[in-house]
Design a binder for this molecule. Structure first.
Ligand SMILES: *[C@@H]1O[C@H](CO)[C@@H](O)[C@H](O)[C@H]1NC(C)=O
Ligand SMILES: *[C@@H]1O[C@H](CO)[C@@H](O)[C@H](O)[C@H]1NC(C)=O
Ligand SMILES: *[C@@H]1O[C@H](CO)[C@@H](O)[C@H](O)[C@H]1NC(C)=O
Ligand SMILES: *[C@@H]1O[C@H](CO)[C@@H](O)[C@H](O)[C@H]1NC(C)=O
Ligand SMILES: *[C@@H]1O[C@H](CO)[C@@H](O)[C@H](O)[C@H]1NC(C)=O
Length: 345
């Protein structure tokens, strides 16, 4: 009987010992050092893997700074909230992933460098020789580089990518940006930026701009920052009213051009969409990507310029755009006519 008990105890010990504890050892603070993806442990979340450099789990959710991958061979240096959807809230190199033999090098000179496998520098904080002594990750996902006097020299919150988290501000000169999914323009970008007189939504290369004006005139303002706080976006002005936060919230400018507010729902930290933020002020036709090629938008409905010369690409999805029935060319000009279109955007 005693022997059986010993066997059980041994098995239990073995069971616990064989489970990785690596993640629990990850610090929120780091001094100059380097991290090579190949040598790092990873955590899995929602079909993605995170190779953490720093972790802060001082709240009911966990925040990681490290390498993020969906396919196991291209990596993005990111800040991620752990959970079933593992939302990425910031990225150093969103458009140029690095390979598995890349290195993150926090140099003695105080620079944080992302070096790809061939040692080319993919990204840097450009803080060389500024007396950086350590970096830390706070629970809301702000990565900060400090000097010896705990003065902040660089922070990821000042370099937003497509996401704002509760407590973060968008200041003049900064913007959220997204690459639209359904456009044939290779360089097209959607921006949500902080301007002197308010928050601005724009679409490039088309000169499309929509301004959400702040009430306080710029001359009365001490800074031109618009904070995302509990209940509103644009603080101290309430440019957009938001539902009160029952847990951590984040907003993301997505590839369809919508800025969506999400909440991390307890206990599983599931990401729940709670508001399509700009849709308080914009209808579906105001989004530059609401319709496909040759589509026209009128009163929230997508249609073709004319059904004698065009047909829907997909009858069930009128927003996919239209296809001309005869090819459009500039030959035989006398055979063409221009048609007026009314009340469209
Ligand atoms: C990190 O960068 C420093 C300074 O550029 C360099 O001397 C060092 O070799 C790099 N470390 C690694 C592991 O690449
Ligand atoms: C985690 O972040 C919070 C602020 O968000 C900070 O106060 C705390 O010190 C961090 N945790 C650790 C262990 O550094
Ligand atoms: C800086 O912050 C660290 C960690 O919070 C603390 O241990 C240290 O004493 C602080 N140093 C100064 C100069 O305030
Ligand atoms: C958005 O920010 C980027 C990087 O700072 C900048 O190059 C770009 O011009 C900005 N765009 C707008 C519309 O503010
Ligand atoms: C937001 O404000 C409401 C009402 O004051 C409060 O109940 C809630 O806890 C706050 N949420 C957060 C995340 O602080």
């Amino acid at each position: 009987m005693k022997q059986i008990n010993m066997l059980v105890a041994f098995l239990l010990l073995f069971f616990f010992a064989s489970h990785p504890t690596a993640v629990a050892q990850i610090s929120t603070l780091a001094s100059p050092n380097f991290w090579k993806i190949l040598n790092m442990e990873h955590v899995d979340a929602g079909g993605t893997s995170i190779f953490p450099v720093l972790e802060n789990s001082s709240s009911s959710y966990r925040t990681f700074f490290g390498f993020y991958t969906r396919n196991g061979h291209s990596f993005i240096l990111s800040i991620v909230f752990w959970g079933p959807q593992a939302p990425v809230i910031w990225s150093a190199n969103p458009e140029n992933p690095v390979s598995g033999d890349a290195i993150l090098n926090f140099t003695r000179e105080g620079d944080l460098l992302l070096q790809d496998g061939d040692r080319t520098i993919s990204w840097s904080t450009e803080t060389k020789n500024r007396l950086v002594s350590r970096m830390s990750l706070d629970v809301s996902g702000n990565l900060v580089l400090f000097d010896q006097n705990n003065y902040s020299l660089w922070q990821s919150f000042d370099h937003p990518t497509d996401t704002l988290v509760l407590g973060q501000a968008l200041c003049r000169g900064q913007n959220l940006s997204a690459t639209p999914s359904n456009t044939k323009w290779p360089d097209a970008r959607i921006y949500f930026s902080a301007e002197l007189d308010g928050l601005q939504y724009s679409f490039e290369p088309a000169a499309y701009i929509q301004l959400f004006q702040a009430i306080t005139p710029p001359t009365y303002r001490t800074t031109t920052c618009y904070a995302f706080v509990n209940g509103s976006l644009g603080f101290p002005d309430k440019i957009f009213l938001l539902p009160l936060a029952s847990s951590m919230q984040l907003m993301k400018l997505e590839s369809d051009g919508h800025l969506r507010l999400y909440e991390m729902v307890m206990p599983n930290l599931e990401l729940l969409m709670v508001l399509d933020v700009l849709s308080i002020a914009m209808n579906s036709c105001d989004y530059p990507l609401a319709w496909g090629d040759y589509g026209v938008c009128s009163n929230g409905q997508c249609s073709c310029p004319s059904l004698s010369y065009f047909r829907f690409q997909d009858e069930r999805h009128p927003d996919a755009g239209c296809t001309p029935l005869t090819s459009i060319s500039c030959d035989h000009v006398h055979d063409h006519q221009l048609m007026p279109l009314y009340n469209v955007s």
